[in-house]
Structures are given as structure tokens and as C-alpha cells.
Design a protein around this ligand. Structure first.
Ligand code: NAP
Length: 281
């Protein structure tokens, strides 16, 4: 068991990112540009409502603008694409966030891929994923980038480490695996068909949990001294890792809440400011 323990405090990392944005937003304002994030919410899923509200509030607290577009549940794909096209063409909108998930009758992938790459501040387009995999410039998917930002803030090594990612979703598991691979980790991606999952987890120097199942990863599965990044956010503010049993075994671990979540939002703000800076050039 490791003697020193680091709680990877996402609120501290988030604050650090936000503070770095203040002078940049001020400089933009002096040039007559207010960074603006446009969020689209289709339907009335209460969790999505909360996420969209949190993102809007975070923008306003930093003096950025947030524009919210609420569309009815029966919006069809063509209707949603029209809205995205309009935002793509609007010079006052710098970032577009389409809240996932959209109602099942909508072609979500097509909707994501309609977002202009330069406004894809949430990193959801196929092109953005490809560029992420190739380590080319684009806005990374926010939660994966947040995970890397936490690791970097605490100066934890990645190169040569065995990183195990549980989950392979397009917005989280797959892109975070690419980011870790591009930083020279040896990466294993596990998913619902993986057999003997705890055996893989036992090999992880760095474990990323992106499963969506409360308290799923047990401390007994971990290699002593592992670095644990818990991206999970389940009902009741519970992560994907069983914090109580993982804490004694890990050398460093993100809590839930107060871990990956706040850094994800700060990353979204950072991307929107970057997009505004590019637009103002
Ligand atoms: P998702 O799309 O539901 O993907 C979950 C992944 O977990 C899938 O790849 C699935 O495998 C895998 N999985 C499910 N059951 C498993 C099992 N028993 N063993 C191994 N793998 C299993 O979820 P997501 O959107 O990636 O989100 C994951 C978690 O992160 C959720 O708790 C979500 O709330 C949270 N999240 C947090 C933030 C944040 O800002 N902190 C942002 C986004 C998401 P298959 O592919 O085989 O189905």
C-alpha cells in the first residue's frame, strides 16, 4: 500500500483554469468581443436541464455570454440541423454545445457532425475525434481533456505507464484513450464485453473509470499505488469507483463530486474563450 496519498482536487484545477481565463476574457472585451457559448437542449430531461444550467451559470460567472436554445421533444433531425446551421453562421456565437442525449428519433451523430469544427468546443464531431486521435489541433472532448489536465496539474507521469480505461463511448472512453496513447501511455480499453475485468484493472498504473455505474470499481481490483480518475457521475453524486475501498489502495484519486466534473466545465469555458480569440483575430 502506498504511504503518501493525493486527493486530486478538481475544484483547485478548475479554479486554476478559470483564473487563467480572466485576463483573456478582459482582453477580448476591450476589443468588443464577448465569448459566447450557445447551448442547445432538445426535450426536457431533468439531468440535461441541470447540466445546461450549470454550464450557462459558469459562463456568466466569468463574464462570458451564454445563449440557451430550448427545443421541444418532437423536434426532428432537420429542425435541429437548421438551428445548428444558424449558429454556425452567427459571428457572435463562438462555441456550440448540443446537450447529449437528444431524443432517440433524432440522428444525434449527424447533428453533432453538423457543428462547425471551429465552434465544436465540446469536441463531439467525428472530425474532431479523428484529429484528436492523430494528435492534430482541435478542441478535445472536454471530459477527456479535463482528466489529462488533472494528471498534469498534479505532475503525475503518463509516459510508459499502463493506463486502463473502462468505457469506450465517443465522448469519453475512446478519446481519453487516444489522449493517453498520444502521451506515450500503454493503453488498454475495457468495455461491457471485456472478460475478467478486475484482472485488467489490476494492471493499471492509471485507471480511468467511465462506465456510468455507481461504485462499480472496487478497491480490491486496484494495483496498489494506482492513480484513479473517476469520470463517473451517477445519481446521488456517486462516481463509478467505490471511493471508500479505492482510497486506501490508490496513490492518487479524484473524489466525486469535486473531481473530474468541475474541470470538465472549466475546459468547456477555456475552449469557448479560445474559439472567441480565433474569431477575433
Ligand atoms: P456511456 O456512453 O453509457 O458508456 C459507458 C461505457 O461503459 C460503455 O463503453 C460500456 O461498454 C461500458 N460499460 C458498461 N457496463 C460495463 C461493465 N459492466 N463492464 C465494463 N464496461 C462497461 O457513458 P459515458 O457517456 O461515457 O459516461 C460514463 C460516465 O461518465 C457516466 O457516469 C457519466 O455520467 C459520466 N460523465 C461525466 C462527465 C463529467 O463531466 N464528469 C461527462 C460525461 C460523462 P459498451 O460500449 O460495451 O456498452
Amino acid at each position: 500500500m502506498s504511504s503518501s496519498k493525493t486527493i486530486l482536487d478538481g475544484r483547485v484545477v478548475s479554479q486554476h483554469i478559470r483564473e487563467s481565463l480572466v485576463p483573456r476574457i478582459e482582453a477580448l472585451r476591450k476589443r468588443g468581443c464577448v465569448p459566447c457559448l450557445s447551448t442547445i437542449l432538445v426535450g426536457n430531461d431533468p439531468a440535461s436541464e441541470t447540466y445546461v444550467r450549470m454550464k450557462g451559470n459558469a459562463c456568466r460567472r466569468l463574464g462570458m455570454e451564454s445563449q440557451r436554445i430550448d427545443l421541444p421533444n418532437d423536434t426532428n433531425t432537420a429542425g435541429l440541423l437548421d438551428v445548428i446551421d444558424r449558429l454556425n453562421a452567427d459571428p457572435n456565437v463562438h462555441g456550440i454545445l448540443l446537450q447529449h442525449p437528444v431524443p432517440a428519433h433524432i440522428d444525434e451523430r449527424l447533428a453533432f457532425d453538423t457543428i462547425a469544427l471551429e465552434k465544436d468546443v465540446d469536441g463531439v464531431t467525428s472530425l474532431g475525434f479523428g484529429r484528436t486521435a492523430f494528435d492534430l489541433p482541435c478542441y478535445r472532448s472536454c471530459t477527456p481533456e479535463a482528466i489529462l489536465s488533472i494528471i498534469d496539474y498534479y505532475e503525475l507521469p503518463i509516459e510508459g505507464k499502463h493506463a486502463v480505461v473502462i468505457g469506450r463511448s465517443p465522448i469519453l472512453g475512446k478519446p481519453v484513450a487516444m489522449l493517453l496513447l498520444n502521451r506515450n501511455a500503454t493503453v488498454t480499453i475495457c468495455h461491457s464485453r471485456t472478460q475478467n475485468l478486475p484482472d485488467f484493472v489490476k494492471q493499471a498504473d492509471i485507471l480511468v473509470a467511465a462506465v456510468g455505474k455507481p461504485n462499480f470499481v472496487k478497491g480490491a481490483w486496484l494495483k496498489p499505488g494506482a492513480v484513479v480518475l473517476d469520470a463517473g457521475y451517477n445519481e446521488g453524486n456517486v462516481g463509478d469507483c467505490d471511493y471508500a475501498s479505492c482510497l486506501p489502495v490508490a496513490s492518487a484519486i479524484t473524489p466525486v463530486p469535486g473531481g473530474v466534473g468541475p474541470v470538465t466545465i472549466a475546459t468547456l469555458l477555456k475552449h469557448t474563450v479560445e474559439a472567441a480569440e480565433k474569431a477575433a483575430q
